[in-house]
Design a protein around this ligand. Structure first.
Ligand code: PMP
Length: 389
């Protein structure tokens, strides 16, 4: 018999689990109730007890999205999986997509579209700014896209894209509206049906405060029609909404096995949706606004400046703070991590080294956490500045 390679030494040691306070742009810490749910016994993907939990998840997603769309499911994977699902199902060769880019997430979506060989047009704004109604209309007239993609909460720049009226505008130009609400849903007002959003997705690990692994997505009637009337097959079996809608019990037919869903993640998201339902969306929106205002005030008091000047377009879930001149951004992050196990996020894309990002989402969004993050940040600035002298 061939000689078996020895087992890896590392697996004989216990895993290292420091308890960290995750105050970056995601993931958030999970409430014990959600972590507890993820440790519940396994069920098979077609067991009636599990499909009932899937139905409850669906109802919860409809609530947080404020939609009645039949095609409302969780895709298996992190937020990127939801982005891929939207891209793969809603587009086919011959389509033109207009992507609003004011941070990394628009760039990512444009990249996904490009990889499908589909024509991408882009509309740019510096990170930290949002698109105006007028410039969107101009671009719709010019490019005649079949889909417009916008990021509601741009976690790169801390902005919140105003969306009211954009759905109606898109429909006037025969275009579907796709919205990324990964860093905003649950923390700010969002009305999928009322605002005419055709496809909306979010992630589990932000305001929902559940482990990443199952991502909610919903398709309007228009969006569903677009998928149903495709001339070509969806170029992914795994993310094909025709299969997923059946597996999630959205098409009135008997459910067929499609893939083994991430059971523990589905339990966890079921509980996190229950937490949000019990609190109520309006209360959650109020809480995020209140904590964000406390944070803005505190940051100003310690002499820090926010990237987004206009309060009305700030995303309360992710605040982007400018690194002052002469401050070593990395030392500050390392100090808060090593001294207090408080994680603050660094900049992304063009803002690497120029900003920090502070997340206040779901379970982590509390006045106590605001005070904690302000205290450790102030101390880190003082200590790292002194250390340099
Ligand atoms: N879109 C936005 C706005 C995000 O903030 C993120 C995650 N930071 C993503 C998409 C990607 O999600 P994930 O990391 O879960 O794949």
């Amino acid at each position: 018999m061939a000689k078996v390679s020895p087992p890896p030494e590392c697996l004989f040691k216990p895993m290292n689990f420091p308890h960290k306070v995750l105050m970056g742009p995601g993931p958030s810490n999970c409430p014990p109730r959600v972590l507890g749910a993820s440790a519940l016994p396994m069920l098979g993907p077609m067991h009636p007890e599990f499909t009932l939990i899937m139905d409850e998840v669906k109802a919860g997603i409809k609530y947080i999205f404020q939609t009645n769309n039949e095609w409302t499911v969780c895709v298996t994977g992190s937020g990127h999986a939801a982005m891929e699902t939207a891209c793969l199902n809603l587009l086919e060769p011959g389509d033109t997509v207009l992507v609003g880019i004011n941070g990394l997430w628009g760039e990512r979506f444009a990249d996904m579209v490009h990889r499908q060989g589909i024509d991408v047009k882009t509309l740019h704004r510096p990170t930290g700014e949002v698109f105006t109604f007028e410039e969107i209309e101009e671009a719709l007239k010019k490019h005649k896209p079949t889909l417009l993609s916008l990021t509601h909460g741009e976690s790169t720049g801390g902005t919140l894209q105003p969306l009211e009226g954009i759905g109606t505008l898109c429909h006037k130009y025969n275009c579907l509206l796709l919205v990324d609400s990964i860093a905003s849903c649950g923390g700010v007002p969002l009305f999928m049906d009322l605002w005419g959003i055709d496809c909306l997705y979010t992630g589990a690990q932000k305001v929902l405060s559940a482990p990443s692994g199952a991502s909610p997505i919903s398709f309007s009637k228009r969006a569903k029609e677009k998928v149903k009337n495709r001339l070509t097959e969806v170029r992914s079996l795994y993310f094909d909404m025709n299969h997923l809608a059946n597996y999630w019990g959205c098409d009135g037919e008997a459910r067929r096995y499609h893939h083994t869903g991430p059971t523990s993640c589905i339990y966890a998201i079921r509980e996190s949706l229950a937490v949000l339902a019990e609190q109520g969306l309006e209360e959650s929106w109020k809480k995020h606004k209140h904590c964000a205002e406390l944070l803005y005030e505190g940051l100003e008091k310690i002499g820090l400046e926010l990237l987004v000047k206009d309060k009305s377009i700030r995303n309360p879930c992710v605040t982007v703070v400018k690194v002052p001149d002469g401050v070593d951004w990395k030392s500050v992050i390392e100090y808060t991590r090593k001294t207090y196990r408080v994680e603050i996020g660094s900049g992304l894309g063009v803002l690497v080294g120029k900003v920090w990002r502070i997340g206040l989402m779901g379970y982590n969004c509390t006045p106590d956490n605001v005070r904690l993050v302000l205290r450790v940040l102030e101390e880190a600035l003082r200590v790292t500045r002194t250390a340099k002298l």
